[in-house]
Design a protein around this ligand. Structure first.
Ligand code: A3P
Length: 276
């Protein structure tokens, strides 16, 4: 299918330069919107503000040219970034991304993949809540989080998505460890500044962020951007109050996730605050 995209002429055209060198590939509900917004403050980074989803949702429907056209033209000191948090859980995506990179003649090692992972249970509750909110508008009666965990034949998607080791290992078949920047989403919520400093190193971009770029907003309950004249927080859909989860469910899931977390730590040689 790559032929139809006329990769050779694209690879030699200026459009290929727009290919994003940084991709936030996951995980949804781990803080990817805040991370993208904060990265957009960096002078070496630009790109579309919305989720792109080309390599999972639109690959068969839209041309590679139209994908490249969603990015602004750049000069050599700037990288485009895109965020599509469902890439990490979509089979076929790492293969497609890797094929397009080579078809466009882009040095593979110039691509950095950011994977943000927060406490898997909190991420699962956040995804469940998003699912409920979307359906409440349709006036459906919905099962509780606990019911869905214990009464379904197979574990629901909001649980299996938090089995981070499984998804990360499918990407490691196509991209070596050095191309990933793994970010602890709980540390990012607690204080984005040191996390962004570490990311600058991983991404190979200049040190730009200052402590004063971010302030904790007590009303929002999260760090927000300190924009000279105002404080910019994310909207109401980010940082919602989570529903109560039964202690029995928590205990069961903590145990379930622990083995996945430990496998993840071993796989990527990195420890997480929420892993044990
Ligand atoms: P909750 O709404 O469940 O608290 P994503 O952008 O990937 O969908 O992730 C949404 C989550 O980002 C929110 O989940 C919130 O906890 C987290 N988050 C991290 N940093 C944030 C910030 N500075 N402001 C708001 N939400 C933030």
């Amino acid at each position: 299918p790559l032929d139809k995209y006329n990769c050779y002429s694209l690879s030699t055209s200026r459009l290929a330069n727009r290919f994003p060198r940084i991709l936030i590939i996951g995980f949804g509900k781990a803080g990817t919107r805040a991370l993208l917004n904060f990265l957009h403050l960096h002078p070496s980074i630009t790109g579309p503000p919305v989720e792109v989803n080309y390599f999972d949702k639109y690959y068969d429907k839209e041309s590679l040219q139209s994908y490249l056209e969603t990015f602004p033209p750049i000069n050599e000191n700037i990288s485009n970034i895109e965020k599509s948090p469902s890439y990490i859980i979509s089979p076929g995506t790492p293969y497609r991304l890797s094929s397009v990179i080579s078809a466009l003649d882009i040095p593979k090692e110039s691509i950095k993949l950011i994977v943000l992972m927060r406490d898997p249970l909190e991420r699962a509750v956040s995804e469940y809540l998003e699912w409920v909110i979307q359906r409440t508008r349709e006036f459906q009666s919905l099962s509780s989080f606990d019911e869905m965990v214990f009464n379904s034949e197979t574990l629901p998607k909001f649980i299996t998505t938090s089995e981070y080791d499984i998804h990360v290992s499918s990407w490691l078949k196509y991209f070596p460890l050095e191309q990933f920047c793994f970010v602890d989403g709980d540390l990012f919520i607690e204080d984005p500044f040191p996390v962004l400093q570490e990311l600058e190193i991983c991404l190979g971009i200049k040190a730009h962020y200052k402590r004063t770029d971010f302030v904790f907003d007590h009303g929002k309950g999260f760090f927000c951007v300190n924009d000279e004249n105002s404080i910019q927080c994310l909207g109401k859909s980010k940082g919602r109050i989570h529903p109560e989860i039964e202690e029995e469910t928590r205990k069961y899931l903590r145990k379930h996730f622990k083995s996945h977390n430990l496998r993840l730590e071993k796989l990527i040689h990195k420890e997480f605050t929420w892993a044990r």
